[in-house]
Design a protein around this ligand. Sequence first.
Ligand SMILES: [Zn+2]
Length: 609
Amino acid sequence: MSMNYDDSSSIVYINTVDNMIEQRDSEPLKFVRLSNPNRIYFDINDAVLVGEKKQLVFEKSDIKEIRLAQFETNPKNIVRAVITFEEDFDTSKVKLMSLDGNIIVKTSALKLDNDYFTTVYDDEAKNTAYSSIVANSQFVQKVKIPVSQVKAANNVMADIQRAFENSTLANADGQTYDSVVSVDVSSNLKLRTKYFISQYTPKNGGLLVSGLGQLSTSKMFYLNSPKRAVIDLPNTFLDRKIRNSEVKLCPDGSCKDTAKIGQFEYNKARIVITSDRAEKYIPIYSQDAQSLFLIDTDKLEHTTLSNTTSNINKAFVRKIDSKTNELILSFTNPVVYSVLRNDNSINFYLFNVKSYNEQDLIKTFNNTYYKPFTLSLLPQIGVRAGMGINKDDIVKIEQSVDSKALKITITKAKQEEPVIQKPSKKNAVKNKVVLDAGHGGSDYGAIREGINEKDITLDVTRRVESILRSKGYKTALTRENDVYVSLEDRVEFSENENPEIFVSIHVNSAVSTDPSGIETHYYHDYSKELADTVHKHLVKEIPNTKNRGLFKSKFYVINHTTVPAILVEMGFLSNVDERNELITDSRKQKTAKAIAEGIIEYLKVNGKK
Ligand SMILES: [Zn+2]
């Protein structure tokens, strides 16, 4: 996926987003040494290079050039790496190794401390970790500390601080995040801190905290009287000069919110925001993990955060064990994001992400803990990915050194997936149907040209309700207006209502504008007959659209409800012609009529059984 060279420790990282290399750990990685020019090469089998071929050229280094290229494509898929050295460099010292699925080329005997991923958020942040500063020289401007000054470990912070003071901090200003200053420390030096806060300033009604090293946070929490939002930064050292001073977040007087930062423990900084709207504050991480921005979500404007755009490139899920799943999202460009972890949900805001392949992601999340993830493109914000999660589940988020990948690890407190029992028709209220209008409130579902999925689903659901009621059927709706209802609450609502069947109503979308047509989804085999019956009515009633057929899909609501349950995708909002039709009264009414007639036929046939 990417390549980084850290010349302070003479290490080349070749970063992958798969575990294939790990699986071959038993075979040592081999390379070939050549002369004229003095170089080595090695092949990475079963590998695909993301993006164009990659090349780094150096001036004052033992390594002159590193090149990565797709040497062979299908079916063999070989990526070849060529590293060219200075003529007098002894390449017999070079070692190849793999760590967490990444290939590491060591060109000298230095100790290896750094990893591709560093933690940026941890529910269980421990404060005792020792780690060295990430000196990623491709992206940093170096400040040299004379070795004579770096004597005893307890002098180190002071030395680094002095070095910072002498340098120009061309660091994040909320607009661009290009230049970072780092420190050239001797290789075996370990620091107690990962992050050094050099300044904090009010910015656009929020608080911008800038520093050096690798930022990480723990779970945000809230206090009352007065209302405060608190976030801790483990392994963080705060410049003595700026400790405990209070700043007004709106210097123009438009709000009364204030912020204070202190060195809470010797190795932990604490930020406290005092505001009537404390619970509205979210943390936003810059794409280089050098800056943290805390702001009231309602004041958020995507354009103030980043001037680069990124797309979700690929997603992988690894099942670590029965309780832990790990999701890796890779992006085309460094990502600016925030994590909002509440007791019962987790939301990611990917602020500079403009597109993603919904179908690919849905497939990736299937049968994993990320399955309940819903993704929405929010105007002015970017992409939001959110899911329900239990209070005791542990979330950890790591960011890659190049900010092009996020690793989201969820460890479930309890083993998931309760055994779904076959529905027992005896308990169900006869002729009762739960109708589930997809999305709602802050969850817009698909959005195209100002048209929201959540509005169409509610409109059609209400029409189905009205037809069923006029014919004497009982209905209950998971939402009756434009409000957010979590997937868990929809299932719980249905279970309490005790209907004969559950029908969820959605509008489809894709990144491509080509797909169109109707799909009906079911998961449990006992739901197939309902899916068949409703789908048959839909394609009969709306003959001009494509019949995309039935799908067995593990969507949360139709998997967790214990009565026959289906999810109708009534057409594609992403297709221009279909979108124009989906918003008409006639298409909505035909869709509602077909769903209602399918339900009635199913209930009549099943009632006789
Ligand atoms: Zn939907």
